[in-house]
Each structure stands twice: as structure tokens, then as C-alpha cells.
Ligand binder design. Structure first.
Ligand SMILES: Cc1ncc(COP(=O)(O)O)c(C=O)c1O
Length: 464
């Protein structure tokens, strides 16, 4: 690695941590143990697993919506046809298949997850309510951190209230290094942190960077989506020392992967710190569900792995898997970690169960990737993950498509500006291991007018 920058980053973080220690500002968590005399078997039990889907799986994708609510949903998707807008408000309850959630493996309804949450709730209620540094951190939180660190092949992990908060906590702690190492009240422009961020990164990364920039501790360089030549040239022309690249590993809107092997090559060349937001790949990718790093065989080269428990884990909360030194820094400087209440104990217990069964029930990962294959075979669209983006053009076209799908019993989100650029409005479809082949067949048939247009546009494009 150029100039042995991994070591340099470690040295910078160590110095920042020492600085905090010298100012008596270093913080750490001390777990509260629940009464050891109670039957605390939820914490240590081995969770029941299955070798195929059970009747419980379906509830993670199949919902019922009452008549007035269904009407309201339709009203939120106005149509240009007047008769479509005067539908009967008293329609009967509708069954609907969700192609809009992020519960990729269907774990939110797994019996082990239900049991863990309910047992913990019966024993402890929500657990102590306070931030992790006050009284909200329990032995359950500690176990979940250990289990996530193991999943990500990192030494340590920090739980945050949400995935959004995890990105904010990492980025504010990262930026604070510039101030902690500066001999001046504010770091000089060259002593700030240079953050290189993919243009399609998640909103929580963008907001975290904005905050760091406002503190004049960081400067952002946005590179074109997954464009490694552009990133390389930005890195080469940047004379700031402390460089970080941050990217979604699996992009939430387009469903494509960041080019992690190429990023690892660039990391060798430029010696930057590599941080990924593995929100959509955790438990979905890799033999053991370790995420995009495991899938691409580069877990070791990823310095910071941020994730959420609200997608394939099927629960709620966020985390940062990393080294001990980074954990010390984030715990002491990550404001959205420090100043927010911890995840309630039943959710922590449920997440522990979900990670355990999610790792062991490998057939769930095989099932979701088979659904991706089914969608590809039936539609012919070049997709690469369970997140499928069908670009339909105008806002009106997206709303009309979403409305048509809703009336056919499918909930699919229409994505519009400001989330995406004008005239690139799209349908965002997410697949789950709980979907059946039949669901996919029906969905693709309902989508056929848009798929046909998209396929012929792609064909035209390929001739250019
Ligand atoms: C890439 C990415 N990062 C972070 C988040 C935030 O996660 P959470 O919902 O746990 O706050 C999301 C959720 O939409 C996401 O897609």
C-alpha cells in the first residue's frame, strides 16, 4: 500500500483517541446485566432453524389493506383518467403482495425471531431507556455487537439506533479527527479529511458529509457513479493527506454493486480508508451472508463496514463493524450514537436470533438469488440483485405504473424527484426469499408494457 497508509490511518486514529483520553473525553460502554437469577435463556439459546419455507414466511410479503386505506393509496397515485379517480371508496379489503420492502430473506416473521422478541419483552419490557453511554446498553446489546463483528470478520462493532444514525455517527467521528489532530482551533484546509463519495450514495452518507463540511473538518469530492477512472483522477490530484472513500456496496435505488475489487486496487495505490455501507448486502450476499465484502472476497480490505438491522435482518437498528481503535473514537465522537436512545432489548434479542438463523438457513440466500434469476429469465432485463429499477420516464408515467400494479395486487414504489433526476422516474421492485415463482410470473406479466418498452430502449441503446 502506498506510504503504508493503513498504518498511517491507525496512527491518526490512535493519536485522536489519545487526545480524547488526555482531555478525559474518551467514552466506553458498560453493559447492564439483567438479574442473573432470572431465566435468561433467550440470550444464550440456540435458535430453531428450518430447511424450507414455512407458513410463517408469507406474512413478510403478503398483507391485507382495508377498503378505505386502499382507496387512499390509490388517491395518492392520481391518474389522468377521470373515472380512475372516482373509484368506490368502500371497496372490500384487498390482499396485496409487497414488492417494496427490504426484508430480503423473510426473517422478520421467522418463529425464532418472534420467540426471541416476545421472550425478551416478557422478561425485561423494553429494557432500560437511555443512550448507550448512560444506561441503555445491556448484555444483549453486547452480544449482538459480538455477533455482528463475527459476521463481518471485524474485531469490534458498535450498535446505533438506526442505519441512518450509523452513517452519521461514523462520518462525524471521522471528521473530528481533523480537529483533534490540529494544533490550531480549526484544521487548515490541507489538514481536513478528504472524503470521496459516490454520487449515488445513500442520503444518510450525504447528510453525514454535509455536517462534517459545515464543521470545516472535511471536504467532499463526489465521483461519478462507480466510475473508477474519475475516482482515481480525483485522488491523484488531491494533496490532502487524510483520504477516505465511502460507497454503498449495493446501491439502494439501482440495485447495482460498487466495484469493490477495483476499489481495493485503488486503496493499494492511494492508501485511503475504505468505508462501505453494506445495508442491502448484509445476509443477502456471500456464502455466510457476510455481505458484499465476503461476496467479493475483500472483507479484510474494508476498514469500516456500516449496516442496518432493518433490511435482511428483518428487525431495526444500525451498526458499524470495525477495529477497536475506531470503536473508541466513534463511541466518543459519533453524536448520533452518543445522544440517542439504544435499540429496545426485544429488538436486540430478535436481531440476535435473525442473524443466527439467517447465517445458518443458507437456503434463504439461495432462494432470493433464484428469484433474481427467475425475474431475469422472465423479463429479459439485465438485473444484478434483488433490487430492480425499471425506469419509466416522467413522474406521471411512474405514478400510473404504480397505480396499475396496486390495482393488480402488487405494492411497488414509484421513485420520483428529488430521490432521482427528473424524467428518470422509476419503479423500484425488491424481491424476497418469501416470494414464490408464481408471484414473480404474475408481477412480470403485469409489468409487461413497461418491460417491453425498456427492453426495446435498451436494444436501441446497444446499437449506438
Ligand atoms: C444504503 C442505505 N443506508 C442506510 C439506510 C438507513 O437504514 P435505516 O433504515 O436502518 O435507518 C438505508 C435505508 O434506506 C439504505 O438504503
Amino acid at each position: 500500500m502506498s506510504g503504508d497508509c493503513a498504518w498511517q490511518w491507525d496512527a491518526w486514529v490512535d493519536r485522536a483517541v489519545s487526545e480524547l483520553a488526555s482531555k478525559r473525553l474518551l467514552r466506553s460502554t458498560r453493559p447492564i446485566s439483567f438479574d442473573p437469577t432470572t431465566d435468561d435463556d433467550t440470550t444464550f439459546q440456540t435458535f430453531e432453524t428450518f430447511d424450507r419455507p414455512g407458513p410463517w414466511d408469507r406474512s413478510s410479503v403478503e398483507v391485507a389493506v382495508d377498503g378505505p386505506t386502499f382507496h387512499q393509496w390509490l388517491a395518492d397515485l392520481p391518474s389522468s383518467s377521470p373515472e380512475a379517480n372516482s373509484e368506490n371508496e368502500n371497496e372490500k379489503a384487498q390482499k396485496m403482495v409487497l414488492f417494496s420492502g427490504n426484508d430480503y430473506l423473510g426473517l422478520s416473521s421467522h418463529p425464532a425471531v418472534r420467540q426471541a422478541a416476545s421472550k425478551a419483552a416478557l422478561h425485561y419490557g423494553m429494557g432500560p431507556r437511555g443512550s448507550a453511554l448512560i444506561c441503555g446498553y445491556t448484555n444483549y446489546h453486547r452480544l449482538l455487537e459480538l455477533s455482528l463483528a463475527r459476521l463481518k470478520h471485524k474485531d469490534h462493532c458498535i450498535l446505533c439506533p438506526t442505519g441512518f444514525a450509523a452513517n452519521m455517527a461514523f462520518l462525524t467521528a471521522l471528521a473530528s479527527i481533523a480537529s483533534l489532530l490540529s494544533p490550531l482551533p480549526k484544521p487548515t484546509p490541507l489538514d481536513r479529511i478528504a472524503i470521496f463519495s459516490d454520487e449515488l450514495n445513500h442520503a444518510s452518507i450525504i447528510d453525514g458529509i454535509r455536517l462534517a463540511e459545515r464543521q470545516t473538518e472535511a471536504k467532499v469530492f463526489v465521483y461519478r457513479h462507480s466510475d473508477m477512472l474519475h475516482l482515481d483522477s480525483l485522488l491523484s490530484s488531491c494533496s490532502m493527506r487524510m483520504k477516505v472513500v465511502i460507497t454503498d456496496s449495493l446501491f439502494s435505488m439501482d440495485g447495482d454493486f460498487a466495484p469493490l475489487p477495483e476499489l481495493v486496487e485503488l486503496r493499494k495505490k492511494h492508501g485511503f480508508l475504505l468505508a462501505i455501507d453494506d445495508a442491502h448486502a448484509t445476509l443477502v450476499c456471500g456464502e455466510n451472508g457476510g455481505g458484499a465484502g465476503e461476496y467479493f472476497g475483500c472483507e479484510k480490505e474494508i476498514d469500516i463496514c456500516i449496516g442496518t438491522l432493518s433490511k435482511a435482518v428483518g428487525c431495526h437498528g444500525g451498526f458499524i463493524a470495525t477495529s477497536k481503535r475506531w470503536k473508541s473514537l466513534i463511541q466518543s465522537r459519533g453524536r448520533s450514537f452518543i445522544f440517542s436512545t439504544t435499540i429496545p432489548v426485544p429488538v436486540v434479542a430478535a436481531s440476535l436470533a435473525a442473524i443466527s438463523v439467517g447465517r445458518r438457513e443458507r437456503w434463504r440466500r439461495r432462494a432470493i438469488w433464484r428469484r433474481v434469476q427467475d425475474f431475469y429469465s422472465l423479463s429479459g432485463l439485465p438485473i444484478s440483485s434483488p433490487i430492480i429499477s425499471i425506469i419509466v420516464g416522467t413522474e406521471e408515467a411512474a405514478l400510473s405504473a404504480s397505480r396499475h400494479l396496486l390495482k393488480s395486487g402488487f405494492h411497488v414504489t414509484a421513485i420520483r424527484p428529488p430521490t432521482v433526476a427528473p424524467n428518470s422516474c422509476r419503479l423500484r421492485i425488491t424481491l424476497s426469499a418469501a416470494h414464490t415463482v408464481d408471484d414473480i410470473k404474475k408481477l412480470v406479466a403485469t409489468l409487461s408494457p413497461w418491460i417491453t418498452t425498456l427492453n426495446s430502449n435498451l436494444l436501441e441503446f446497444s446499437k449506438l
